[in-house]
Unconditional design. Structure first.
Length: 450
């Protein structure tokens, strides 16, 4: 049986304490500057500033009163206090994946604590409960990348200090932010080595930052001279990537990755994106293409002790001469990997809610319990209208809400036949949506023919 609460709860997602790591396009203003970042990054990586970007779940922990606590970086009371194993269900809810992840991570570091006090003191964690170990948890295929050759592991990327950023009128914290801090590298290596001995007994390995190196020099000129064809109208326009970038201006936020994939596969962007800023759609599509293709060139020529970089999420670069506000990442094609499952999940939400609303419409025709069903339909339609980012879909949900509201009035149920007729076409609509998603899914993206 489909439970409405289960569907609505899946819509809510949260990040980790590690926060969003910048892409090159997040801190430049033009196409030329974007290319310069990649050129400078290659020189920087040769000096050893890079590490493998692990595709895992952020499970950062702090040390509070000689006990390790999980902290997801939010302003929730339990995150600020620090989450112990007994708090996990209260923080995440029954059945959440973090019930297992949090318990495993905390237990490993708690068990290692008596043997690592000296290292923790040198790292500053014994006296500062706001310093966090920035940890990535990987068990099999956690997100998109599968680390079958390594097994289960915890990757410690370094230290961060988390502090309140904003406060509510009553003085409580409304947001927090974590920033990387420097640390004693020898103390960190000793700490990792000791924790690893404990982790091995729990079926995990503990890694530090995994360094990268080049197998051969990336050739950015080759990438920039590749021909790129887009369809601003029904006629294609072909130019080298270098020429496209000459007129690019970069203003974040960019279009969404879904919009990028739609534009990439469009044979008439002006028609397919009617009512939207066509210039920005084309501009940002080029930004994505350049970020992906230049990134792929870097990753395809880089390797590490845990494998070649084109099989990983990407490279993290720490170089204040390029970006002063912390590390940034080069991810190449990975920037759009995993979107296919998101497309399918959204279609599943929409289809499930359509089915529920269709059933409620039919129940609403019954005079004794119909009013309750109609009220429920009004609430669901208004919720969908608030969540939907497409103007046409939003209008459709608002219209459905209005029809359900009118249907609450006795003898006004005839107007509901408009909605029931719509839901009769649900199978056709779903099939078309699946066909459309297949055209824009990451599987149809080919780095060699873009």
């Amino acid at each position: 049986m489909i439970k409405l609460n289960d569907i609505l709860n899946k819509i809510v997602s949260e990040g980790g304490a590690g926060g969003h790591m910048a892409h090159p396009f997040d801190f430049v203003n033009s196409g030329k500057e974007l290319v310069d970042v990649f050129a400078k990054s290659i020189k920087s990586l040769k000096r050893g500033t890079g590490s493998v970007k692990i595709d895992g779940v952020n499970a950062s922990i702090r040390l509070v009163n000689n006990q390790f606590v999980l902290d997801r970086g939010s302003a929730k009371e339990l995150d600020i206090k620090g989450i112990r194993p007994e708090d996990l269900e209260a923080r995440f809810g029954a059945g959440h994946g973090f019930l297992r992840i949090g318990k495993e991570v905390i237990n490993i570091f708690d068990e290692a604590f008596p043997y690592t006090k000296s290292e923790l003191n040198k790292l500053g964690m014994l006296n500062n409960p706001n310093i966090m170990l920035n940890i990535e948890y990987v068990s099999g295929q956690t997100n998109v990348v599968e680390y079958g050759g390594i097994g289960n592991f915890l990757a410690i990327h370094g230290l961060q200090e988390i502090k309140p950023v904003k406060f509510k009128k009553d003085g409580t914290v409304s947001s927090r932010a974590a920033k990387e801090i420097s640390y004693d590298s020898k103390a960190m290596q000793s700490f990792i080595s000791k924790v690893n001995e404990v982790a091995m007994r729990h079926g995990f390995k503990v890694l530090g930052s995994v360094n990268t190196e080049f197998k051969k020099d990336p050739n950015l000129s080759k990438v920039l001279n590749q021909s790129i064809t887009l369809y601003p109208t029904d006629k294609g326009e072909t130019k080298s990537l270098k020429d496209w970038l000459k007129t690019v201006t970069i203003q974040t936020p960019l279009i969404t990755r879904q919009q990028f994939l739609n534009a990439l596969n469009s044979k008439n962007i002006s028609e397919d994106f009617t009512g939207q800023d066509i210039k920005k759609i084309i501009n940002d599509t080029i930004v994505y293409i350049a970020t992906i293709k230049l990134g792929d060139e870097v990753l395809e020529n880089a390797t590490s002790e845990i494998g070649d970089l084109d099989t990983h999420e990407g490279i993290v670069i720490r170089d204040n001469d390029i970006y002063k506000n912390g590390p940034f990442k080069i991810t190449g094609s990975f920037i759009i990997k995993g979107l296919e499952s998101k497309f399918k999940l959204k279609e599943s939400y929409d289809s499930n809610l359509d089915i529920i609303q269709s059933a409620l419409d039919i129940v609403g025709l019954e005079p004794t319990i119909g009013t309750g069903a109609d009220v429920a339909n009004v609430i669901i339609s208004l919720f969908r209208a608030a969540k939907d980012k497409t103007s046409d879909s939003r209008k459709e949900h608002l219209l459905d809400a209005a029809i359900s509201a009118v249907s609450i009035i006795p003898a006004a149920d005839l107007v509901k036949l408009v909605k029931i007729r719509k839901y009769r076409k649900l199978a056709t609509k779903t099939a078309r949506a699946a066909k459309r998603a297949s055209k824009i899914s990451p599987k149809s993206y080919n780095r060699d023919t873009l």
